[in-house]
Design a protein around this ligand. Structure first.
Ligand code: PLP
Length: 419
């Protein structure tokens, strides 16, 4: 069969598709230890809450109404209004429902936004999305209808105590020329758990404003919900910011609800795209989220249940890793948020792609670091020395998975010659 150019590109077996395949296969394979994909944890208190909330919604008719009607292409009106009010009251942001649009998962929001702004322009020029700090979210990498829509930069690495490190944006290197359509960062970052500092965000905002291009902040793990962020940082939005949020990491990835907070021009563009591509975004997620806002549960549960749950899991996993792997060349990115640990095996004689294969053969799924460095001009050895590990599994699984990782890493350091 002959596919179009679009067909050829989107028919590729991309990194993100492999990741989702691993996730799906692993979930159905008895004994597999799932430290790979981004499934949020099944937090018992949240599961009970969703059970109870949907039962209430079934009884009062909200559920059937959400399932039985199309919403408008911007997304469920009542939720847009409730969320605008919540954000205005919580942060003092100058927004209304005209600044919010919904998509079927924030993954599709990124597809829309990147292609709205980057790629071939009507004057024939080609524009790109600037990722100021790679490693960055793998799910962006294949989202361009045109090829080559990203340019990314290596970070500065700050070495910390206790075999930890932290990435920073290397502002000396960044070049924001006329070929840049927007700047984009995830905060907290998937894969590293890094949270860009307030100073970094203010500088990026200034760079974007100076160039008259938007700053896209991917807030899938951030505040005020799901609030998987362990650092005190200031939530950021102004009319030049496109803030993308999601209900997935609250524990609802199956309802596919992404939320974009932006100026009215961008909101209108996303609304129009929704109409063409999906008629309307799904209504079930926004109905639950509206229910959670009305009851005051959305922010309360994010702060009192979700955040402490992940923080405790992250600390547990760090302690296990540090006691299982003593080699001083092994370091962990300081976990500041999101649901992953980013492990750096400096001078590892094998690539983490090879390590991924060896671990997969032993039933442990992780994600090799290579996938997260797209948009770079030159290959970087560091990219092949890192891996992403999800830390949300229960203690038994974490112990078993980390023991196997430690064995394979120690074996590689001891027995293989550096290539
Ligand atoms: N952004 C980041 C940083 C993510 O980690 C994810 C999913 O893992 C997404 C966006 C997309 O999430 P969803 O489409 O479920 O909203």
């Amino acid at each position: 069969m002959q596919f179009s150019k679009f067909g050829e590109k989107f028919n590729r077996y991309s990194g993100i598709t492999r990741l989702m395949d691993d996730l799906n296969e692993g979930l159905r394979t008895p004994g597999a230890i799932m430290l790979g994909g981004g499934n949020p944890a099944a937090i018992p208190e949240m599961l009970n809450y969703f059970h109870q909330a949907t039962t209430e919604m079934l009884n009062n008719g909200e559920l059937v109404s959400a399932l039985g009607n199309y919403d408008g292409p911007q997304g469920k009106d009542t939720f847009l209004t409730a969320l605008a009010t919540l954000l205005r009251e919580t942060y003092g942001w100058d927004i209304s429902e005209k600044n919010i649009s919904l998509t079927n998962g924030s993954q599709s929001a990124f597809f829309y936004l990147f292609n709205l702004l980057a790629g071939q322009q009507s004057d024939g020029s080609h524009k790109k999305i600037l990722l100021p700090l790679a490693p960055e979210y793998i799910g962006y990498s294949d989202a361009g209808i045109d090829d080559d829509i990203f340019v990314s930069y290596r970070p500065d690495i700050e070495l910390l105590d206790n075999r930890m490190f932290k990435y920073h944006v290397d502002f000396e290197q960044l070049q924001v020329d006329d070929a840049i359509a927007a700047i984009c960062v995830s905060r907290p970052t998937n894969p590293t758990g890094n949270v860009l500092t307030d100073t970094e965000i203010v500088k990026l905002d200034q760079l974007a404003q100076d160039k008259g291009i938007p700053l896209i902040i991917d807030n899938a793990y951030g505040t005020p919900f799901p609030n998987i962020i362990f650092e005190e940082v200031t939530p950021f939005w102004n009319s030049n910011t496109i803030l993308c949020m999601s209900l997935s990491k609250l524990g609802l990835p199956g309802i596919r609800c992404g939320i974009v907070i932006a100026n009215e021009e961008i909101t209108q563009a996303l609304t129009n795209i929704n109409g063409i591509i999906s008629l309307a975004p799904g209504g079930f997620g926004p109905a639950i989220a509206k229910h959670m806002i009305d009851s005051g549960d959305l922010l309360r549960l994010s702060t009192t249940v979700i955040k402490p749950f992940y923080q405790e899991r992250a600390e547990f996993a760090v302690a296990l890793l540090q006691s299982a792997i003593h080699d001083p060349r092994f370091k962990i990115h300081k976990p500041e948020g999101a649901i992953f640990l980013w492990l750096w095996f400096d001078q590892l004689p094998i690539s983490t792609m090879e390590l991924y294969k060896r671990l997969k053969a032993r039933g442990v799924l992780i994600v090799p670091g290579d996938h997260f460095f797209f948009g770079q001009k030159e290959d970087w050895q560091h990219a092949h020395q890192c891996l992403r590990m999800n830390y949300v599994q229960d203690q038994t699984q974490m112990r078993a998975g980390i023991a196997i990782i430690a064995e394979e890493v120690n074996k590689a350091y001891t027995h293989e010659l550096t290539k």
